[in-house]
Every structure is written in structure tokens, then in C-alpha cells.
Design a protein around this ligand. Structure first.
Ligand code: ADP
Length: 458
């Protein structure tokens, strides 16, 4: 669980609030119950003292009749009440002392006289003492007590229920809150997934809107408007690249033709060398312009080019045969193709460009005496192409960047390209729903891996 997430913090806050409210409610309920029971018992015993006096005052001189009268009228044994009637410290009647009473304290307190009304607690027994005067003036003390044990038991069971119920309520509230929170951020998650899936190969795609008529819907609308603006800017830049590449191609071809013509004439050695250098640069420029055009078209033609099913293994063999001479000239061994048939659906010419770029790089960045090996295989539902070399390798900090446009590590490594070859590879793979990545160890070699969705033979 992510404790920094706003949702989780909200649920935690809401649970803490619930805990405080629940605990206050439990405390309030229990203390109110306690007060209510005490007040009820106090008023009961007080009222009973007076009733006992009215019932007993005529029979005070006959102790047997008094005991019978009190036992029948007030049932102290059955009701667990305590009744004691005394005159000048002499007990005229006393019922059984209920369980839970602090008997020693009750006895120590003795029979108080002269105090018209008082309440005292002896353990669980609450005793009300009242003093009444007989017709001849003698003072009689009536003590009426009631055990609080039942009320205490009830209070404890109430406390137990609260103690058990409160955590259960908290757990339920936390779970409910978490589920509710997940559900409320669900539209956001849908938007995040959709945003992650948006690429410039799929320009028309927009975020799904949560029709909640609140800030969430407003956020989706604002992001979609931003995507519209970005898309327009991207399309503009793309059109510019395509047009520029198109406009540059013809003059470059003319310059190249003219330079080749001049280089073919007799001229001093220095001039010939300068012309050869110019031709090499014009050649590089033409390739760059061609790659730029290809990249822009690849981006805007997603889904429109004609796809066909073909065997990637056969395409790799054909490409390797055409590039073998290049490798031999460099003194690099192009090992026999390994692996087996892997049918893919796509633009054969563009995927051939991928193979050419990767094998060309492998040969270019492998010193003479090294080896380049190509393998095509099926891996689950993907077709995999591996181009391995024993060349100069790529340091880890450059590995993620070499697929960026115009990225070249350093010209000291013998790079003569434009830095566009691998971005063309990435773009073509992306347009076919595939991926490209690299594993490399500096001064030991590199392995480029292409994964494409597997197709079915036509
Ligand atoms: P370039 O046209 O300059 O070769 P790429 O886009 O094809 O441009 O490659 C980008 C950079 O990646 C190159 O400048 C090179 O340093 C590095 N690179 C590409 N392939 C390899 C390889 N097989 N071995 C070592 N470095 C490589």
C-alpha cells in the first residue's frame, strides 16, 4: 500500500476521525449509562427507605411480626436488597447481606443515628440511611440498600461490545472507504492507461472522459485540448521535415552528379582528393535526407502502408547475402544465419531497412577480425531478431540514448553516419507494433534485439 497516495491518506484520516468519534461515543454512552443507573438506584433506595418506615412503624415492638411483614412486602432475599431497621443501635430487623458487599466496611460503619438522610457505598452495595421519629419521640434508623452488581455487569458487557464493535466498525469503514476511494479514482486510472497508450503513430486517439460533470471531466477535456494542440504542432513539424527532405533530394542528386562528372576529369591530385571528400560528404547528406524523409513518413503513415505476411528468416538471409561483401572488405566475419522460420506481417522493404541498418552498424563498429552473427527465432507469440557483434560495444550511459534522432556517441569511435540509423530502426519497429533494445558490454560487443508480433503465413 502506498502511504503517500492522497487516497490512502484520505482513508487513514477518515478512519482516525471515526476512531475519535467512536471512542467519544463509547465513552459518552458508558458514562451516561453509569450516571443513569446510579441515579436510579439512589432514588429507588431512598423511596424504599420511606416505604419501609411507613410499613414497619406500627410493628416495631414485635420483631417476629416485623420480620414477616418486611420479608413479605419487600422480598429482600429474592430481589437482593438489603434492609436493616434499628433503634438506638439495637437491630430490630436485618435482611441477608447481598453478594459483592464490603461487609467489613458495612459493619464498621455501624448503625448511624441522628442523620436524617445519607447515602453510602459498601463494595457493590449502595445504602440509603434515614432516621425517623416514632410518636413517642424515639429515633428509628432505616437502612435500605441495593446491589449495583447487576448494573456493573451490564455496564461491563456494554463496554465489551463497544471494545469489540469499534475495531470491527473501523475495519469495515476502512475497507469500505478504500473500495470507494478506488472506485472514485477509477476514471483517473482509465485516463492514465489511455494516456500511456497514446503515441504519435496514432494521432487521432484521445483520453476517455469521465462523465462526472466535475473537475475530473474538466481535467480530461483540458488534456484532450492539449493533445489537439500538440498533435497539430507535431503534424506541422512532420510535414516540414517531409517537405524539406523532398526539396533537398533533387539539388543533392544534381550536386552529386556534377561532382562525379568533375571527379571523372583529369585534375591535380589535391583537387581530386578535395572532390572525393566532397562526394563522401554529399553522399552522407543524401543518406541523412533520405532517413529524415523516411522517419517523418513512418510517423504519419502508421496503419496505412500495405502489410504482407513474410518469413523474417528468409528476409535476413537475403539481406546478409547482399551485405557479405561489405563485411569481407572490412575483415569482419558474417557468421551463417541461425534460427528458423518466423512469419511476420508488415512492410517488407521497411523491415529490410531495419536489418540493413543493424548489420551495417555491427560491421561498422566491429574491428577487423571480429564476428557478426544474426539469428531469427520465435519466442512465444513474438518473432525475435538478434544481431550480435564482437565490436567496440556501448557504455551503459549511452545505451538508452542511441535510439534518439541524431544521437552519436563520439566521432572518435569511427562513426561516419548521421545518428539517424537506429531511430529509423526504432520507428519502423514501433510502426509494426514491435520493440527494439540493446545489450552491450564496452569493448566486448553488442546484441541488438528486435521483437515483432508473430503473424500467420498468407
Ligand atoms: P550512425 O549512423 O551514427 O551509426 P545510429 O543511429 O545507427 O547512427 O547509431 C547511433 C550510435 O550508436 C552510433 O553513433 C554508435 O556510436 C552507436 N552504435 C550503433 N550500433 C552499434 C554497434 N553495433 N556497436 C557499437 N556502437 C554502436
Amino acid at each position: 500500500m502506498n502511504f503517500r497516495s492522497a487516497g490512502v491518506r484520505l482513508v487513514a484520516l477518515y478512519c482516525a476521525l471515526l476512531l475519535v468519534l467512536g471512542a467519544s461515543f463509547a465513552w459518552f454512552t458508558i458514562s451516561s449509562f453509569d450516571r443513569y443507573m446510579r441515579e436510579t438506584i439512589t432514588s429507588d433506595v431512598d423511596g424504599r427507605s420511606r416505604m419501609i418506615w411507613h410499613t414497619a412503624k406500627a410493628s416495631l415492638d414485635d420483631r417476629a411480626a416485623l420480620a414477616q411483614l418486611i420479608d413479605q412486602r419487600f422480598l429482600p432475599e429474592v430481589r437482593e436488597h438489603f434492609i436493616r431497621i434499628s433503634e438506638k443501635g439495637r437491630v430490630l430487623y436485618q435482611s441477608r447481606i447481598p453478594d459483592g458487599t464490603d461487609v467489613t466496611a458495612l459493619q464498621r460503619a455501624g448503625i448511624r443515628q441522628g442523620n436524617p438522610k445519607s447515602d453510602a457505598q459498601y463494595g457493590a452495595l449502595l445504602v440509603n440511611t434515614r432516621t425517623f421519629a416514632r410518636s413517642d419521640g424515639r429515633q428509628v434508623t432505616v437502612e435500605s440498600g441495593q446491589s449495583e452488581a447487576f448494573a456493573e455487569g451490564f455496564k461491563h458487557s456494554l463496554m465489551r461490545s463497544m471494545l469489540l464493535g469499534l475495531p470491527a466498525l473501523l475495519v469495515l469503514a476502512a475497507l469500505g472507504g478504500y473500495v470507494f476511494m478506488r472506485q472514485s479514482v477509477r476514471p483517473l486510472e482509465v485516463m492514465i492507461d489511455a494516456a500511456e497508450a497514446i503515441t504519435f503513430n496514432d494521432p487521432g486517439r484521445r483520453l476517455p472522459l469521465a462523465r462526472t460533470k466535475d473537475r475530473l471531466e474538466a481535467l480530461g477535456l483540458a488534456l484532450n485540448r492539449m493533445l489537439d494542440r500538440l498533435d497539430a504542432a507535431y503534424q506541422y513539424a512532420n510535414r516540414f521535415s517531409v517537405d524539406a527532405a523532398h526539396e533537398l533530394r533533387t539539388p543533392l542528386a544534381i550536386i552529386r552528379g556534377e561532382l562525379e562528372f568533375i571527379a571523372g576529369q583529369d585534375q591535380p591530385a589535391e583537387l581530386h582528393e578535395a572532390l572525393t571528400n566532397m562526394l563522401a560528404e554529399v553522399q552522407r547528406l543524401s543518406e541523412l535526407v533520405g532517413n529524415l524523409g523516411m522517419l517523418s513518413r513512418m510517423d504519419s503513415l502508421w496503419g496505412k502502408h500495405t502489410h504482407q505476411a513474410f518469413d523474417l528468416h528468409a528476409l535476413a538471409r537475403e539481406t546478409m547475402d547482399q551485405m557479405r561483401l561489405l563485411a569481407e572488405e572490412k575483415g569482419v566475419e558474417l557468421c551463417p544465419l541461425s534460427g528458423g522460420t518466423a512469419i511476420v506481417v508488415g512492410d517488407r522493404n521497411r523491415l529490410k531497412q531495419v536489418l540493413v541498418n543493424l548489420i551495417d552498424n555491427a560491421v561498422k563498429y566491429t574491428p577487423s577480425g571480429g564476428r557478426v552473427a544474426v539469428e531469427v527465432l520465435q519466442q512465444g507469440n513474438r518473432a525475435r531478431l538478434l544481431v550480435r557483434d564482437t565490436g567496440i560495444g556501448i557504455a551503459p550511459e549511452h545505451q538508452a540514448k542511441i535510439f534518439d534522432r541524431f544521437y552519436r556517441i563520439s566521432t572518435d569511435r569511427g562513426e561516419t553516419g548521421s545518428g539517424l540509423g537506429l531511430s529509423v530502426v526504432k520507428s519502423i519497429c514501433g510502426a509494426h507494433g514491435g520493440t527494439v533494445d540493446v545489450e552491450s558490454v564496452l569493448n566486448a560487443g553488442s546484441t541488438f534485439r528486435i521483437d515483432l508480433p508473430l503473424g500467420h503465413a498468407a
